[in-house]
Design a protein around this ligand. Structure first.
Ligand SMILES: [Ca+2]
Ligand SMILES: [Ca+2]
Length: 478
């Protein structure tokens, strides 16, 4: 064999060996549904209702303090109840997946037994602190409202995922204003809009979107600023654009929310389908970034001194952060991110901090295979709260109005998959109240506390069925 052929032969065998190794690893990853069927169903029942073994439908399994108890019972068994030890047949990460399965089923069973949160005959919703009415302000003929943002004079700036901007005031919706050139498709399009803190003086509007440098083959989250003059998007300037090598054909996990704090601009970029990239400080995906308002890079960003680190990174290890907001009184930035299957998170974003994705997570893969058995690790920040099953949260805002007095500074979280609006009261970084205030309408994309005291949001539809995107608000009932 000549040398060239021999090298090729060796390389091919290595590749086959490598692939074979990967395949065997892949084959070992059992889906949680088949794990449950093979090892648990006989005793715990088809629907986790119990039988020979105890019923597993129990909300106690959602308590993070029960994680180790669950693992230990499955590994070592429970002699008193006649349960054998499974440590030789079920991997630790598979036990983790089984726990997520039990958490999902327990939550769904509780939801099934509850009355839906709907209004009374006169259209009034009753919640813990306030009663409110739901008002529809505008229905979009076509497409999806992705975000809304209040301009200083009370006008609402909206983005449409398909690439347009709209302005709404006093019952009147403007004609579409064409924004920057986008790569539309999947989760990508025109995304967040936010106004400069001195918008009244300078008119700058910042937009994030799925941006392509190669005729829509690949894309990445970019940010531009520009102005709306005479009903046109003008004076566009690039504020953040990652080099071409960081663009990907994937059409998901753009992140993209924008927050202004102390004359800095913070924004989120999802992992773009490259989970391990979220841990790689050389890459811009899976990060929270911080830049000056003109797009230049602050010299005190946390990884500036680190060789080859992406200079705008402020925090890392995030998956798909579709909610980012500044606390109205405290100097804090709050984030929500989509987990995979389970493990959506609420995080308090701090300088230079690693939020763990995908090394630690409370979720599993969509197909039911485990990701990891680890939910915590030294040097990685824990979420303030996590959701199993996933609700797929999107836009968030703190309520700062005067009409709903007992909601002052409460965080409102819109959800896509769960089609609900959640209220969370935080006190010194801890959740002290948590309530779903309505559900079973459409997928909620963004929420904003209005200057008139009402709570505004955009949804993909009114009832979860029709495709028309809507702008709505919650109005207090005295
Ligand atoms: Ca917004
Ligand atoms: Ca995390």
């Amino acid at each position: 064999m000549n040398k060239k052929l021999k090298n090729l032969f060796n390389f091919t065998s290595i590749m086959i060996g490598f692939l074979g190794f990967n395949l065997s690893l892949e084959a070992k990853k059992n889906k949680v549904e088949s794990l449950y069927k093979n090892y648990c169903l006989t005793c715990h029942g088809k629907n986790l209702e119990g039988g020979l073994g105890t019923a597993l439908l129990n909300l106690k399994w959602l308590d993070p303090r029960m994680n180790d108890t669950f693992t230990s019972i499955v590994q070592k068994g429970n002699i008193e109840n006649g349960m054998p030890a499974f440590d030789s047949v079920i991997e630790k990460e598979e036990i983790r997946a089984l726990l997520v399965y039990v958490q999902e089923k327990s939550t769904y069973s509780k939801l099934d037994s509850e009355k839906p949160l709907s209004s009374d005959a006169s259209g009034i919703y009753s919640t813990q602190h306030h009663d409110f009415k739901f008002e529809l302000l505008h229905t979009l003929e076509e497409g999806i409202f992705w975000s809304l943002h209040f301009l200083p004079q009370g006008e609402i700036l909206l983005t449409q995922k398909e690439g347009n901007l709209f302005l709404y005031r006093n019952g009147f919706m403007s004609k579409p204003i064409r924004g920057p050139k986008i790569r539309y498709g999947g989760q990508g399009g025109l995304l967040e809009a936010a106004a400069h803190p001195e918008y009244r003086e300078n008119g700058w509007i910042y937009l994030s979107y799925a941006d392509s440098l190669d005729n829509n083959r690949t894309s990445m989250t970019s940010i531009v600023r520009g102005k709306i003059l005479n009903h046109r998007w003008v004076e566009e300037e690039m504020i953040f654009q990652a080099p071409k090598r960081f663009h990907t054909s994937q059409k998901k996990h753009y992140g993209s929310r924008i927050v202004f704090k102390e004359n800095y601009l913070y924004f989120s970029v999802g992992d773009r389908g490259d989970a391990s990239g979220a841990q790689d400080l050389k890459k811009p995906n899976g990060k929270i970034h911080r830049i000056h308002l003109d797009g230049s890079i602050p010299s005190d960003n946390p990884f500036i001194g680190l060789k080859n680190a992406y200079p705008t990174v402020w925090a890392y290890g995030v998956r798909n952060p579709q909610g980012l907001v500044k606390h109205p009184d405290l100097n804090e930035i709050w984030e929500v991110e989509h987990g995979p299957r389970g493990g959506d998170e609420l995080n308090l974003i701090k300088k230079g901090t690693n939020y763990g994705w995908p090394e630690i997570t409370y979720g599993i893969n969509y197909n039911g295979t485990p990701i990891t058995s680890e939910t915590k690790r030294e040097g990685m920040e824990q979420p303030i709260y996590y959701w199993v099953p996933s609700i797929a949260m999107c836009g968030i805002d703190f309520y700062t109005g005067k009409s709903f007095k007992k909601w002052k500074n409460h965080l409102f979280i819109g959800a896509l998959k769960a089609r609900q609006l959640e209220r969370i009261q935080l006190d010194r970084g801890k959740i002290i109240e948590h309530e779903v205030i309505f559900k079973d309408k459409g997928r909620i994309r963004d929420v904003a506390s209005g200057p008139d005291g009402n709570l505004y949001f955009v949804m993909d539809s009114l009832d979860g069925n029709s495709g028309a995107s809507v702008l709505c608000r919650l109005v207090p009932v005295k």
